[in-house]
Ligand binder design. Sequence first.
Ligand code: DGY
Length: 328
Amino acid sequence: MNKPAVLVARAVFPEVLTRLEQHFQVEHNQADEVWSRDQLVARLKGKAGVFTTGGERIDAEVLAACPTLKICANMAVGFNNFDLPAMTAAKVLGTNTPDVLTETTADFGFALLMATARRVTEGEHYLRAGQWTKWAYDMFAGSDVHGSTLGILGMGRIGQGIARRGAHGFGMKVIYHNRSRLSPELEAECKASYVSKEELLRSSDHLVLVLPYSAQSHHAIGPAELAQMKPTANLVNIARGGIVDDAALAQALRDRRIAAAGLDVFEGEPKVHPDLLTVPNVVLTPHIASATVPTRRAMANLAADNLIGFLVNGKPLTPLNPEVLAAA
Ligand code: DGY
């Protein structure tokens, strides 16, 4: 029997490729070339499945050009690269990789918060540049993390992980805003209080963004929101580029309307707004919140499990649009 054909759109762990090759005819991209949309579509022709990593846009046009496609397995929890309604209409299943990255990503959110509050990279750049000639009482004096108010916008699994770290590890007061309120049990576990978005902006010393990207969350933090924040506040974005208006943020940082920001995601990444590269009070990292070897391996294996589960056994592990399965 012919094995189904799948495309692995980016380089992956070799052992994950080997697993996939046991079940599928695999076209891979171990050279890790960044394909144009047309190149992606050309390679998708005749494929039953595709392993994506969050950067490959799958929309109605791609689906119309690739009618053999049955599943797109994203190696990411976020899936804003998928037009899910278009996939459902085309009866194409989407899957993502929830849970396996929750704690690792929450760790990183906290790392970025700490680095931002305590001006770690500013201090390092100063030292490396040979500018450290004497100690001074106010040298890179930042803001306290312990005992301060931690605000979280988007209280899914990763947001809850950050809340637990802040409340239990650093004695922070935790407030959050989310589309829906957590159960009283979860609020108690995270020691988190639900507040309006306005209250969150007004009261947070450290505001961490962990909400999914959508048309509704586009520029959820723009000039008006930045103006409501404390001038001493830090903003941390580990969610998605586009949730923050990066130009407005760069201006607010330059004008010291907020104290600092830590950003792992950017509008139009891997491009970064040039103004963010010139303001000193921002810590910038290249979308690495889930990047530990065990977690990236777990994400890759879960994406592979979804391809195998669906195309071989008819049972994907983490479907995003299970209505496609019901209709099959
Ligand atoms: C995710 O899983 O969504 C992370 O941002 C990595 O892409």
